[in-house]
Every structure is written in C-alpha cells, then in structure tokens.
Design a protein around this ligand. Structure first.
Ligand SMILES: C[C@H](O)[C@H](O)[C@@H](O)C(=O)CO
Ligand SMILES: [Mn+2]
Length: 420
C-alpha cells in the first residue's frame, strides 16, 4: 500500500468515525456488492449469432471507436481487462445472441451447450453469469412485435426462445453456484397512437404465463421483467409498460427490472425502490444514463446515481436488489466505458454507505430539517475518494485515473490491430 493512500485513508477514517461511521465495516459491506456487467458494451450489441443483422428493437448505438470485439474470445479478453481494473468480484450479463458456437442455431433452439465456453470461462474467473433472451435484431421481430404479436406462429417462436433462455439461465446458476437472473425485455409497441391498447397486453400476459409455466429452482434462476416507456419506433405505445410489469411481477412473484433510461425523461428510478421493495420478490436494476431519451450513455456520478445508491443503502435494499448496468457507447474506448460505469456504480454505493444515515434519520424524525440539510451538504465534501482509493489499492486495482494508462496500452496492442 502506498504511503499517501494509507495516510489519506487514515485521515478519512477518523473523520467518518467522528460521526459513527466505521469505514472498515463499510468496505466489508461493499465487498459483497456484485455488479452485473453487461457484455453488450463490448461490441455495440451485435452478438455472434446473426452478425449481418442490424440492431433493431428501438435501441441504437452511435459512435465508431475502433477495436470492438468481433468474436467471443475477444469479448472475453476485453472483459478480463476491464475486470482487472474494477475492485471486487462481479457478474457478467449475457444476451442470447452472444452464444459461442460453431453451430447454426436459431434463438428458439438455443441450449446450455451453446454457452459452455462462457460457463467454463466464468468458472475460471470466479464470476457469476446473468442472462437475457434477445427479442430484437431478428427476422421474427422485423415489424416490432414479439411476445405480443398477433400472429400465433411468431408468438410461439418468441415464447420458445424465452423458455430456452430460462433453462440456460438455470444451467448458469447450477454450474457456477451463483443464482442467474434471466431478464425479459421486449421492444413491442406502436409508433403512433393505437386503436387497441388492451389486446397486445393480453397476448403478452398469456405468453409470459406460458414462458414461466416450467418451475425452475430459484436457487439457480430468478426471472425478471423489464418495462419501457418508449423506444425509437414505439413512441406512442409500448406493450410492456411499467404498470403492466409491475402488476405482472407482483402477482407472479417475478423480479421487476427498473432501467434508469426507461421512464419519462425527467423521471428517476431511485424514488421507486422503497415502494417496490414492499411488494416485490426482488428488484433488478439496469443502471444507465438517459440523455433526452433512452440514449444509454455511460453511467456517471450524477444525481440519479447518488440517489440510487442512497436508496439501496438507506433502505437496506442491497440484499433484495440485483444491480446491473445497461449502456452502450461506441464513441469511446469500450473497455473504458465498462470501467467508468462499473467503478462509478460502486462508488455511488460506497458514498451512500459513508453518509451518517442514523443521524440523518434521527434529525428527520425530530423535525430538525436544518441538521438534515447541513449534514447532507457537508458530507458531500467528505473524503469518500480516500476510502475508495484505499479499497482499490487493497484489491490490487489501479487508483484513480491510473487505470487509463493500462486501457491505452491495451488499445494500442490489442484493440487497434483488430481493425488493421
Ligand atoms: C440491450 C438492451 O439494452 C437490453 O436488453 C434492455 O435491457 C433494454 O434496456 C432495452 O432498452
Ligand atoms: Mn435495460
């Protein structure tokens, strides 16, 4: 441990201790937080199954930064690099299109064997895996509808894909000894105001009932459902809205996924966590950064991230919440994107753990809002960065922006040659 890191940490430790905050305990708690890092930042959501297919489903990646992973081997190599720059042990979130197989296989016929290379790798690295059926970028989703499609044949295809995905998820959980969260998101919706909002929702509900009919051991697989307000081409109506999935998830004991980019442009998700936690089996977060729309910018230390961290920590919700990321930016180095977004998410949680929660709650309880505001504001300048640096260094990962040098070297030696 470098002298300056240890000294700054000791100073910070004393400052926090004066308010009853035990930084050693806080870091033990932070150690338990696993972030589910989405693989799709590494290759702009292309996957390996249908590489000639354009990205559809009302989502979009912009930017032309060189060095995107072209193969599963490259993607794993890039993830390893990113993981080496992030403190703690985490999970990797795969989409079905990331099957690593020589076989020509369609989404409805996917099996665990098509992901065995991922499982072997995750075992070697001590990582967990999460999973998602890919209900977009496919010929059967070309008109924007999948599980709520009016054609029963198309619906059947997507039902079978989601059923297959859950089995793959359970396989991950069983093989890796860490529960896999399998999350269903579909793009279904209309560009313009529909005449019938109900029928597609009835069909979606029936499809989900079929998908979840097979009982899977919750120790291996947990199901989640993800809503959205609008996408490109589904501006007027999305079948799987927040209200739809909130009802479905509560009634059917599924995790509800909140993606921070999937609500009204000024609506945050932090304030929803306490309410949801009272009624749901659990929550899945897709921490993202919407800019004017669901633009999936890299997560930064903005007010929303700070609030999400606070709600998770103050409400003791970390045990009930699976914290995943969801952004894809091709205008910057993709490994840097993972590192910035994941380190920020951990830092947001750490910052919240280092606030004088009991003092704040007591002040609020007594109606002493002056003390509440004073503490909140003064703690913004407390040296949480010194505690973070200590955490990074004690985990053998670079402190502060030092990690960038490693990413730049990797870019020169590994990423840029991919494009030559
Ligand atoms: C790749 C997508 O971002 C992901 O499946 C989904 O979670 C989403 O957020 C779509 O907007
Ligand atoms: Mn999402």
């Amino acid at each position: 441990m470098r002298k300056e890191t240890a000294q700054s940490y000791d100073y910070a430790k004393q400052l926090y201790a004066a308010h009853g905050i035990d930084t050693e305990k806080v870091l033990q708690e932070l150690e338990k937080v696993k972030i589910s890092i989405h693989c799709w930042q590494g290759d702009d959501v292309r996957g390996f199954l249908f590489r000639d297919k354009e990205l559809t489903g009302g989502i979009s990646v912009t930017g032309q930064y060189p060095g995107a992973a072209q193969t599963a081997v490259q993607l794993r190599q890039d993830l390893e690099k990113a993981l080496s720059l992030i403190p703690g042990k985490h999970k990797i979130n795969l989409h079905a299109i990331y099957a690593d197989t020589e076989e020509e296989v369609d989404l409805d016929s996917l099996e665990p064997k098509h992901f065995q290379n991922w499982v072997n790798w995750a075992k070697e690295q001590g990582l967990g895996l999460d999973f998602n059926p890919t209900c977009f970028s496919h010929k059967n989703s070309s008109d924007g509808f999948t599980l709520s499609h009016s054609d029963p044949k198309i619906r059947r295809f997507w039902i079978e894909h989601c059923q297959a995905a859950r089995r793959i998820g359970a396989h991950f959980g069983e093989q890796l000894g860490q529960t896999c969260v399998t999350n269903i998101w579909i793009p279904d919706g209309y560009k313009d105001v529909p005449a019938d909002r109900l029928a597609p929702r009835q069909r979606l509900k029936a499809s989900l009932d079929e998908i979840f009919k097979e009982e899977l051991d919750p120790q291996y697989n947990l199901d989640a459902v993800e809503s959205k307000l609008f996408g490109i081409g589904s501006e007027a109506y999305v079948v799987g809205s927040h209200e739809f999935y909130m009802g479905y998830g509560i009634l059917n004991k599924k995790l509800i996924c909140l993606d921070s980019g999937h609500f009204h442009p000024t609506e945050g998700i932090a304030g929803k966590l306490s309410s949801l936690s009272l009624f749901t089996e659990g929550i899945l977060l897709h921490v993202s950064r919407p800019m004017r729309w669901d633009s999936d910018h890299v997560v930064t230390m903005d007010d929303e991230l700070v609030e999400i961290g606070r709600e998770l920590v103050r409400g003791n919700l970390l045990d009930k919440t699976h914290v995943g990321l969801d952004f894809f930016d091709a205008s910057i180095n993709r490994i840097a994107a993972w590192v910035i977004g994941t380190r920020n998410t951990l830092k947001g949680i750490l910052r919240a753990m280092l606030e004088p929660i009991e003092l704040l709650k007591a002040a609020e309880h007594e109606g002493d809002y002056t003390t509440r505001l004073t503490l909140l504001e003064e703690f913004k300048a407390y040296p949480f960065g010194a505690v973070w640096d200590y955490y990074c260094e004690s985990h053998g990962v670079p402190v502060r922006e030092e990690w960038l040098t490693e990413v730049k070297t990797y870019e020169k030696n590994v990423l840029l040659p991919r494009n030559s």
